[in-house]
Design a protein around this ligand. Structure first.
Ligand SMILES: [Zn+2]
Length: 391
């Protein structure tokens, strides 16, 4: 019997899940009141059949595809110029995390008068926004990782300061998400692995973040189970639709769960990505075990729960750590940051910027710049045994 992979879900937003459901893109735009959509996508997808089909299906649509990894203010500004010139009334954000983030931020900024950085995720800055000026968004993810399709924020690089800033507003949550696994079958194994582990880290850091949020905890645990089970399958056979569909759902679950908080892995990965232009998911994948060992004493109980949910042969922190290292090996993830072109020369700056990254506040033990620099240096050299656990 084949598995049912189709469903309409209404949390955290409306999600139309199922292989082939991209055929309902025009309906999604009609339902959200978008008549002249701007399709925002990655540079690499611009000529792909799925984008050509979307353009053909949407009357009066135009394309903006000047989006690259680690998107910056200049990408948003270019997108806004296209949006205004075409008199668009909504955005179809179509692609990987970068395209989704830029698409969402373009829709958000389309009716604002203040500059972008005024809406950084600090305190209640989001209330500065003119909500009538936020255009509706339909999101179509083509990778299973960031979960940006169900997020209320976009990460944009400030090229002057080399800092990644989170732009937040509740209405940046896409109105409708089309979660179609067939759009992800062409992802190469390395991208499948890196984006999939990003989702794994979202679930893991959310589950271990302090604070009372049983809803997020439940979603995070099931997300971890799905990724542990289906990511190796999607990596080994990109055309495995069931594995692709489960991974797409798990990615949305990760981003739903991390409303609770993230932690040290993301705190370090953000400045590393800004300075070294490394892939976000891959950076997280490398750093994960180093932060785990640092947090060991604070997460012993939680990692034991995860080990039981994953039905691992060995339980407790050590059982889960071994499973993470095994998963990384299976997916061809390097063990050191040096292996992805990162050097220790910026260690002091990385430590300092990681400490003020909003993700740092979700780490299970309070972290200072010196701790994060220590973890980063160990990760650069691949010395997991050198990480001193916080007491
Ligand atoms: Zn992430």
């Amino acid at each position: 019997m084949s598995v049912n992979l189709r469903g309409n879900w209404n949390y955290p937003t409306t999600i139309w899940a199922g292989p082939g459901r991209i055929a309902e893109l025009a309906l999604a735009c009609a339902k959200t009141g978008i008549k002249r959509p701007l399709i925002v996508t990655d540079e690499g997808l611009a000529g792909a059949p799925m984008i050509k089909n979307a353009l053909a299906a949407l009357k009066d649509a135009a394309l903006f595809s000047a989006v690259r990894g680690n998107p910056a203010l200049s990408h948003v500004e270019a997108g806004l110029r296209t949006y205004v010139k075409g008199a668009h009334d909504g955005v179809v954000a179509f692609g990987g995390g970068s395209a989704l983030d830029v698409g969402k931020v373009v829709a958000f900024m389309s009716g604002q008068t203040r500059p972008l950085w005024d809406f950084e995720d600090v305190g209640d800055w989001w209330t500065r926004a003119d909500t009538a000026g936020i255009a509706p968004i339909v999101a179509v993810p083509t990778t299973a990782g960031t979960g940006s399709e169900v997020g209320r924020a976009g990460v944009i690089l400030n090229e002057e300061t080399h800092q990644k800033k989170i732009i937040f507003h509740p209405q940046m949550l896409p109105r409708i998400v089309i979660s179609d696994a067939e759009l992800t079958v062409g992802l190469p194994p390395a991208v499948t692995a890196a984006t999939g582990i990003d989702a794994f880290v979202h679930c893991f850091e959310a589950f271990c973040a302090p604070g009372f949020h049983p809803l997020a905890d439940g979603i995070a645990l099931e997300g971890l189970r799905l990724i542990h089970r289906f990511l190796p399958r999607a990596y080994a056979d990109g055309k495995d639709i069931e594995a692709r569909a489960q991974m797409l759902a798990a990615a949305s679950m990760g981003a739903t769960a991390f409303q609770k908080g993230l932690g040290g892995v993301h705190a370090i990965a953000h400045p590393v990505g800004s300075w070294f232009n490394t892939h976000h998911g891959l950076t997280n994948a490398v750093i994960l075990p180093y932060v785990m060992v640092f947090n060991r004493n604070a997460i012993a109980d939680k990692t034991d729960v995860i080990a039981r949910v994953l039905d691992l042969p060995a339980r407790g922190f050590d059982g889960f750590l071994e499973a993470v290292l095994q998963l990384r090996r299976e997916l061809g993830i390097p063990h050191s940051l040096a292996g992805i072109g990162v050097s220790a020369e910026k260690a002091t700056i990385i430590g300092r910027e990681a400490a003020i990254d909003p993700s740092a506040g979700g780490n299970p033990v309070p972290v200072e710049a010196s701790h994060l620099e220590h973890i980063f240096r160990a990760a650069v050299d691949g010395r997991l045994g050198a990480v001193v656990s916080a007491t």
